[in-house]
Design a protein around this ligand. Structure first.
Ligand code: DI6
Ligand code: FE
Length: 401
């Protein structure tokens, strides 16, 4: 089935630039792009349907490469408590913090987790997101990590979006392993990861490398198992302190290292060498009122690809808008709108290992795109919020919301 999409302008994002084609057209065949170019050069090919895009700007579908979209409960009460003066430590002592989400996630049924995550993911989808990565990491034992990963798999099967699942069992120390972090890492390496992988529930492996989570040495043990299982690697690194996690990620040719506020120049050089994508998370930066900026200029100078993501999670980044992250990427981190668009399209595709098929509009790639009612692609970053009248096309089909 061939469809002809006419009367549009296109920011293809080839080479991580707008790479504009004005007065353009696209021919899709089933799920893929068959032809793309200036309308005046359209080949004489019989199409089954013609869709007039009314002068819209077409971009690749947006890609959110780092989310924790599946979780039980939420932590809005803690947000309120913090604004009334309670510290993180006090909240954690009262059973709050990440432990409260682990508790709520363990208590929730698969059905409950699916239904709440579905609403969050649909929010992104309505905004123009066509690919999303979702992490486990609030179960922290085999049964509950498996439950989360099964929810992610079900989202992948039931939604038109491309969904990638990442196992983040090494996110925090579960209560039953208090004081025995190395034993928990043993459990992940010897049991959890191999079994979850065997059930084909895992597309990639992630960990949280931080004083309040796991050390580089512990993370490295998880990486070794991931490598042996042929699973790509990602890492939460340098969010609150500098432990060299991003260099470790680079050493293992990780797809991405994420957060990175406290990374050093050496880390940047190591990531540039390995081609590891820097995933920046302005939502968590903003919610934590972080003062330390990721070294944007150095990343750009060394040619490290920068992606921006929501980090949607109930604790540090209750973010339901990737476009808001694009705006923050510009206002807080100084990226240009062209760079922010690359950061949620082609660079985000690299962060998920999907760059061959996703992230830019080229012949042979998947026909995921958004037709925006705007006059220039910079507007996608410029407008704060709002729907921006648009059509979302996923695998060659217009999505009905
Ligand atoms: N970094 C974060 O900011 C979140 N996880 C992580 O690795 C926090 C998760 C939470 O507080 O629930
Ligand atoms: Fe995260």
């Amino acid at each position: 089935m061939k469809k002809l999409w006419i009367n549009c302008h296109i920011a293809t994002m080839e080479n991580a630039q707008y790479s504009c084609i004005e007065s353009a057209a696209i021919i899709t065949e089933d799920e893929a792009i068959y032809w793309i170019g200036e309308e005046k050069n359209l080949p004489n090919i019989q199409c089954d349907e013609t869709i007039d895009l009314n002068g819209a700007w077409v971009t690749p579908g947006l890609i959110d490469s780092h989310t924790h979209s599946v979780f039980g409960g939420n932590r809005s009460v803690e947000f309120e408590q913090r604004l009334q003066g309670l510290s993180y430590a006090e909240i954690a002592k009262n059973g709050g913090g990440i432990a409260s989400t682990v508790n709520a996630t363990r208590k929730a049924t698969e059905e409950e987790l699916y239904n709440s995550a579905l609403k969050r993911v649909q929010n992104f989808s309505r905004e123009g997101v066509t690919t999303i990565e979702i992490k486990s990491g609030y179960g922290l034992d085999f049964e509950n990590e498996r439950k989360m990963l099964k929810v992610i798999k079900r989202l992948a099967e039931t939604l038109p979006l491309t969904v990638k699942s990442t196992c983040l069992a090494a996110h925090a120390l579960p209560p039953e392993f208090q004081g025995r972090a190395d034993e928990y890492i043993d459990y992940i390496c010897e049991e959890m990861l191999p079994k979850l992988n065997e059930e084909k529930l895992v597309d990639a492996v992630d960990a949280f490398c931080e004083h309040l989570a796991f050390s580089p040495a512990q993370v490295e043990r998880v990486f070794k198992v991931a490598q042996a299982l042929n699973l790509p690697i990602k890492l939460h690194a340098e969010q609150l302190s500098s432990l060299g996690g991003s260099s470790l990620a680079a050493k293992y040719h990780a797809l991405s290292a994420d957060h990175l506020e406290y990374m050093t120049e050496d880390d940047v050089v190591a990531m540039a060498k390995s081609g590891t994508v820097a995933v920046l998370l302005p939502g968590a930066f903003y919610m934590l009122r972080e003062k330390q900026y990721p070294p944007i200029q150095s990343l750009l100078n060394h040619g490290v690809k920068i992606a921006l993501s929501s980090d949607l999670n109930p604790g540090t980044s209750p973010v339901l808008s990737l476009r808001l992250m694009m705006n923050m990427g510009s206002t807080l981190f100084g990226l240009t709108p062209e760079q922010t668009l690359a950061s949620v399209t082609i660079h985000a595709a690299y962060a998920l290992g999907l760059q061959q098929s996703h992230g830019s509009l080229e012949v042979g790639k998947i026909a995921d795109f958004v037709a925006w009612d705007i006059e220039h692609p910079s507007e996608i970053t410029y407008w704060l919020g709002g729907d921006l009248n648009k059509k979302v096309i996923q695998k060659g089909q217009i999505i009905k919301f």
